[in-house]
Every structure is written in C-alpha cells, then in structure tokens.
Design a binder for this molecule. Sequence first.
Ligand code: ADP
Length: 523
Amino acid sequence: MKFSWRVLVLWTLPALVIGFFFWQGAFANTPADMGKNAASTRMTYGRFLEYLDAGRVTMVDLYEGGRTAIVEAVDPDLENRIQRVRVDLPVNAPELISKLKAENVSFDAHPARNDGAIWGLLGNLIFPILLISGLFLLFRRSSNLPGGPGQAMNFGKSRARFQMEAKTGVMFDDVAGIEEAKEELGEVVTFLKQPEKFTAVGARIPKGVLLVGPPGTGKTLLAKAIAGEAGVPFFSISGSEFVEMFVGVGASRVRDLFKKAKDNAPCIIFIDEIDAVGRQRGAGIGGGNDEREQTLNQLLTEMDGFEGNTGIIIIAATNRPDVLDAALLRPGRFDRQVMVDAPDIKGRLEILQVHARNKKLDQSVSLEAIARRTPGFTGADLANLLNEAAILTARRRKEGITLTEIDDAVDRVVAGMEGTPLVDSKSKRLIAYHEVGHALIGTLVKDHDPVQKVTLIPRGQAQGLTWFTPSEDQGLISRSQLKARITGALGGRSAEEVIFGRDEVTTGAGNDLQQVTGMARQW
Ligand code: ADP
C-alpha cells in the first residue's frame, strides 16, 4: 500500500487528542507525589471537622496548595484503628490552619512537585502543537496537488508550471514530412551550438521563432528536435498556463520562466498556443483582459531584456498568427515565422516510416498505400493511426499489423468508434437507401471523388457512412467540384424521397444539409 501522510495525520491526530484528554484527566486530579500515601477512602469536609472537634485527627498532609488533604484519624467504630482518608477542602478555609494548631494536630503542606508543573505545561502545549503541525502537513500536501485547495493561498507566489527536459531525446530524424521547416530551423541549431560563428561577424542571433500551423503537424516535436540536436535543455509551457484568475500571476510566471532559462542557458523555451496570451492588446470586450495584457507586456519586456547572444531561443507555436499582437512580431522578437503545414503524400509516407520503425508490420502492408489513402492527415493523425492499428492487432492476437487493421484504424480515426450494428427495421432500410443515394450520385457525377465503400455499421455520430477517396489536392477546390459535392451530399435525402415518398423523409439528412450550406457559401 502506498504510504500517505494524509492518512497518517488523519488517524493519529484524533488518537493523540483522545489520549491527551485521558492523560490530562489522570494527572489533573492526582498530585504526583500523593501516590505512595494515596488514600482510597474519602471523607466529607464536614465530617472531617467533626473528627477534628472530637480530637480523633492525628495528622494532616495538605496537597495541591491546600485543596486536598490526606487525613490520619482514629476510628472508634473500628476498634480505634488509624485510618487514612482523603478530604477535599474548600478553597476559602483559612481558619482550618488555626483550628489544626489549636487542636494540636501535626500537619504538613506538600508543594506540588516541579516536574508535575513541567508535565502540566507540556500537556497544555502538546495539543496545540499537534493540531498546528497536523494542519500544516495537510495544508502542505494539498498545496502540492495541482489545483488543490492550497493553491488559492499561493497565488502570490507564482508556481511556474513549465516543464524542463534536460535532454529531449528527439532528433531531426524523428521529424518527417516537413522538410522546409526543418531546413529553416537547422540554422537555429547552429546558433545554439556555435554562436561564436555568428557573433564573430557581428550577426545578431534571432531570439524568437514562430511556428505556424494546424494542430498535430509536429510543432512541439520540431522544437524538441532542435533542443535534442543542439544538446540543450528544453523548457516548455503552454500559453494558457500564464493566464490566471489573479492579475499579476501570469507576469510572475513569465519572470520565473526566463530566470530559470537564463540559469540554464543555452536553452530553448517553447511556448505552445501563444495566442492564448499574445492576442492583440485592447481587443477584448471592455478594453481587454488586464491579466493577459500584463502577462504579454512582461513577455515582451523579458524578450527585450536579455542580450541577443545569451543563447536562449524562444520558439512559439500557434495556428492563428493573425490574432497576435504586432509588438510580438516585430524584429527582435518573433521575427522569424516558419510554416508547418499538414504533410503531402511524400511527407505522409516519411512520417509513417518514422512511426512504423517500432511496429511489426505484415509483409502485405504498403505504407505508400496508406499514405495515398490519408490526404489531409497530420503527423499526429498518422501516429495515432498506426498506434490504433497496433492496438487492434494485439486485440485480435495477430503476429503483425495487416491491411485489415490499418483499414479499421483509418475508419476509426476519421469517423470515430464503431457502434453496434443496427437491427433490422424500417430505419435500417431508410439509412441503407440514404447511403446508396450518396454512393450513386458520387459515382455518376463527373467531378465527384470516387466512392470507396458504403457501410451500415454506425461510427461516431453517423448511423451509416459512404466513404469517398479524397483527392490529394485539398487546398483549392473548383466550382465544379463544389457543385458535385453539394449534389452528392443531397443524394441521401433524394433517395429517401424517391423510395419512401415526400412525407416519409427523415431528420437523418440534417448533417448533410449543414455541409451543403457550408459548401454553398464557398461556391
Ligand atoms: P503540434 O505541436 O503541432 O500540435 P505535436 O508536435 O505535439 O503537434 O505532435 C504530436 C505527435 O504527433 C508527435 O508526438 C508525433 O508523434 C506525431 N507527429 C506530428 N508531426 C510529426 C512529424 N512531422 N513527424 C513525425 N511525427 C509527427
């Protein structure tokens, strides 16, 4: 079982508190030095006075500053045997001493033993100490948990949430399909490795590089590869980590990050999703977000603050360079912009080769065929695709990944998880005709992408699907292609109408109609 401070504290604290009260109770009523003389029988004060008047009391020992007495008295009922009893004395009984003197009784007062006082003091202190240390432990634990309640108390102290990797272990070889970006950034590696080559001729080493591209195209991977190739530490933080509820926290995180980076220079700082902090200032509703602006100002200041040749290079990633503040993009800050786009067929093949290195592929699998089937896939999609295929292979207890698994994995990555097959019913018939409608139009219309397969097995949100082989060139779509796609998308609804009649068409075409609207706007 895992050792947990919280459990320890939660169980020991109550136990100690209860124990303490028992212990206090035990000590409070019994003077420590009364032990050997302790009398088990008690006598009331009134009876004691009667005994005193009757001359039966022979000796009195006073304890606890005169609050308790052990009395030796002769008891006539017990054949004049000497009896020791305990008497609780009233607080205000000064006349007792004079009475004892008058009766000629020997008496003695015993001061409370000193160690008793020490124990008492300790006893009084131990509870608050335990309580405070218990609370402290609990507090410390909860503030270690991300987002724990302790966090709120710590907002002033920025706990920078960046990660540092001394060695990323990623090399340029691991990044494929984005050759232009790699070439541009190869220079940055030289800046980090041999800065003197540039400074000797008076060149200023760039401080910032902005990687622009859709998610999953390998921006983070590329930044890691630069750090890996140059053999320098890699600091990474996401832009959204800077943005906090409290004004000033983001700014202090930026300061922390740069301080750490300076201590570890040369190094790479990678800021993912920089648009979260770097948006145009003053653009928000009501004059913008103060916290975000302060953070951005701090970032700008830090970037100006260090000399160009300290060996810190900041790489930022975004897919929205248009919303960034102009001050971020001016020379001396992120003045280099590198596009990292979704790979073409050659790029996809190379990425597949990188990710197939550690996977067992069946002889029949051709990576080229997969690359051809996956236009528009990013590096992350392709990595995911091979991984899904490997998982399916393991689940089916096969030796190596075959084409079947690849096909299933492509379907899964594109359209989501496979659902349970539909039971025979009217709606199954309707969906079947609907999909056939798409397939027919897709095949008959000249500029439409060719049909690949039609299925009635639900995936993701869709009950049935018609797959088309997408064309390689996804960038520019012609008017005739758009028209063909609009016609194809309407084919499902038309088939429903032809077979079942106008009154029987269903909401199944809702998604098609949305797509048609989008395409019609582009037309
Ligand atoms: P981004 O930062 O652009 O959103 P990432 O760099 O985080 O994308 O990519 C996520 C994962 O996808 C990587 O860890 C890697 O496995 C894979 N990947 C993405 N692009 C590539 C590429 N060009 N070459 C190899 N693998 C890639």
